[in-house]
Design a protein around this ligand. Structure first.
Ligand code: UDP
Length: 454
């Protein structure tokens, strides 16, 4: 009988892409032992870009099989997106159960790996692993949630300046905890609390990180649970572009512009798949960029195409034509970061963006917006030392003065040089995890040994 590892992502495009990368990694090393089946929940992944992404992966990686779960009737529409995702995970439990039973009639399933909140499939006697697609530091914070829940009576948002002492992390302000955890009355808070309580039941937790990137956080988790850092896994820019439903055409323009710029001269600004700014904030960014005098490639997601120019200060695009390129919505980030002309990256601190910058050895200016990104900023600056922090003003805006100051520090001052050297060392460390004896190779081998035996 063959061995099929079943992957089940939480219902979001980025979770799907991360899971597929895990599948590719397993197949790259162990295609002779295992095949991969990915369970696809229908909502909210049932859209043209996901379909096109799955089609592309099926063509480029024919050994990855996609198994679509039956569609669910629509659920209550008043749930926020995170709570809605948890709701659809819950309603899919019987479907997943059925899919696992079906697959196990023709295959042995040595591992069921999921990034959804935990449910009990123990009657099927399939070893279940949790996959965490963000960093070990964010995972350590989530795992510590039952403790902070008992320590405090108020929501983190109501005690924002209280320092939290979480094992494996530097002190974190309560307001810097992952966004869904800030408010106890948010249904997602309870879901994460449940998740943190259930995770210790998993056979192990697989994390998209590597030992030397987050040693303290990984150690703190390993003190309680089997944890396997098998990163860095990053999707290539073309797969990402397909998954996001964006146009590859934009990419060619960005890359040829970058190739025409001097080595180490360009600051790249890109804020993930969701990062949007208010018009006043866009104007501050534009002014800061212009005043810094540096070259830039800036991805702007805000506004409709027609009003794009009017969101920026008058004459900005004309005045910076020689020095900068502003693109609407999307750039092939992973490819951009690997260009020789790119010297720095202003990022929203999404975990995939962080790993892509780490792999390219590009220093970051950390400007978190949502999810677990505020926590990531602390880790990037204080633990990994691969970024400097962009500081918001009291009104929540980052001023043009702050932006100019950070860009100058990054590009012109010794601070930037030290950061750049540190990033090159971190890049070497990332490469070393995949060399013989590297920590991620060792962790993956340990898993494969368990699965072969299972
Ligand atoms: N990305 C990209 N071009 C863009 C914006 C995002 O290629 O213009 C990619 C980026 O390279 C990364 C992913 O989209 O792989 C964003 O993931 P991340 O975890 O950084 O942030 P999220 O979008 O989940 O907040």
């Amino acid at each position: 009988m063959k061995y099929t590892i079943v992957l089940y992502p939480a219902p979001s495009v980025s979770q799907l892409v991360s899971m597929v990368e895990l599948g590719k990694l397993i197949l790259h090393h162990y295609h002779h032992l295992f095949s991969i089946t990915v369970l696809i929940p229908t909502t909210p992944l049932h859209n043209p870009s996901t379909t096109s992404y799955i089609h592309r992966i099926s063509q480029t990686n024919p050994s990855i099989v996609f198994h679509h779960l039956p569609s669910l009737p629509p659920h209550k529409s008043n749930l926020n997106p995170v709570a809605a995702a948890f709701e659809s995970i819950r309603r899919n439990i019987p479907n997943v159960h059925h899919a696992l039973q079906t697959i196990s009639t023709s295959s042995t399933i040595p591992a069921f790996i999921t990034s959804t909140s935990f449910s009990d499939y123990s009657d099927l006697k399939i070893p279940t692993y949790y996959f965490f697609s963000s960093g070990a530091s964010a995972l350590a914070a989530i795992l510590y949630l039952p403790t902070t829940h008992d320590l405090f009576t108020k929501s983190f948002k109501d005690i924002p300046a209280t320092p939290l002492h979480i094992p494996g992390l530097p002190p974190i302000l309560a307001s810097h905890m992952p966004q869904p955890l800030l408010d106890r009355s948010n249904p997602a808070y309870n879901e994460f609390l449940q998740l943190a309580t259930h995770l210790p039941k998993a056979q192990g937790i697989i994390v998209n990180t590597f030992e030397s990137l987050e040693p303290r956080a990984l150690k703190a988790i390993a003190d309680r649970l089997p944890v396997y850092g098998v990163g860095p896994m990053t999707a290539n820019a073309q797969d990402r572009t397909h998954a996001s439903g964006n146009d590859l055409g934009n990419g060619a323009e960005c890359l040829s512009w970058l190739d025409a710029q001097p080595k180490q001269s360009v600051v790249f600004l890109c804020f993930g798949s969701q990062g949007k700014f208010s018009t006043p904030q866009l104007k501050e960014i534009a002014t800061g960029l212009e005043r810094s005098g540096h070259r830039f490639l800036w991805v702007v997601r805000s506004g409709e195409d027609s009003e794009f120019g009017s969101l920026l200060p008058e004459g900005f695009l004309d005045r910076t034509r020689e020095k900068g390129l502003v693109v609407k919505s999307w750039a092939p980030q992973a490819a951009v970061l690997s260009r020789e002309s790119v010297a720095g990256f202003v990022t929203h601190c999404g975990w995939n963006s962080i790993l892509e910058a780490v792999c390219a050895g590009v220093p970051m200016v950390a400007w978190p917006l949502y999810a677990e990104q505020h926590l990531n900023r602390v880790i990037l600056v204080e633990e990994m030392k691969v970024a400097m922090a962009m500081e918001e003003g009291e009104d929540g805006l980052v001023s043009a003065v702050e932006i100019e100051k950070r860009l100058r520090a990054l590009m012109d001052l010794e601070e930037g040089t030290i950061l750049r050297e540190r990033c090159m060392q971190t890049r070497e460390a990332a490469l070393a995890t995949w060399a013989e004896g590297g920590s991620s190779v060792v962790a993956l081998n340990q898993l494969a040994e368990l699965w072969k035996g299972g």
